[in-house]
Design a protein around this ligand. Sequence first.
Ligand code: AP5
Length: 210
Amino acid sequence: MNLILLGAPGAGKGTQAEVICKALNIPTISTGNMLREAVKNGTKSGLEAKSFMDSGKLVPDEVVIGILKDRIAEDDCKNGFILDGFPRTVPQAEALDNMGVTIDKVIEIYVPDEKIKQRLSGRRVCERCGNSYHVDFKPTKVEGVCDACGGKTVIRKDDEPETVNNRLAVYHEQTAPLKGYYEKQGKLVTVEGQEEVSETSKLTLAAIEA
Ligand code: AP5
């Protein structure tokens, strides 16, 4: 099954992707994580992406489409995959269609902007392995230390309040039109993000099975 997770920054796409990945045993492809890794490793696409990401803008379509195309051609994607953070513009969705990829469902996780701001201000990520936590909703066992690898957890650079406002504006302007794009294809299902991660997960898995 090929799935897309759509939603504003901080709506919980990454969190739900982890749950679906375990339930369906298919890989998650997060363009955000791939770009952050590229920045960390100083690759050509990383160097191109860095300034856009730090200011909360989208990385140019051609950079992200190239990265995505290579990734879905890998062996582990043969039985399906979850796209987290791609597509983010109509040209990216068209590129996916033109690659001949059939998308089965697009799950939109809807969370109002005010709640998003609250969530992102509490998010902490591991600087070593990238695992994501929240000071209130998903705390680490030991403060500041990643449960998975023991690395240090830090605030993501683009989670600063001003950058979050930019990311939300970019989402409403450039990514939200994808709802109409996939609604027309009969693939869009909207799940309301709940206070509890597990409640959102129940709704997400039910939407996939329906
Ligand atoms: P990316 O990493 O994709 O960032 P994003 O979409 O802004 O998404 P986030 O990772 O911030 O949030 P999420 O929805 O995954 O939420 P999470 O589960 O972590 O992209 C970063 C940047 O890369 C972009 O700004 C852009 O520059 C570039 N980029 C990436 N893809 C691109 C593309 N296709 N085209 C162009 N540029 C691209 O949850 C957030 C927090 O809330 C966590 O702390 C979590 O624990 C908590 N939480 C989650 N669910 C709940 C719940 N139900 N209740 C309470 N708390 C919850």
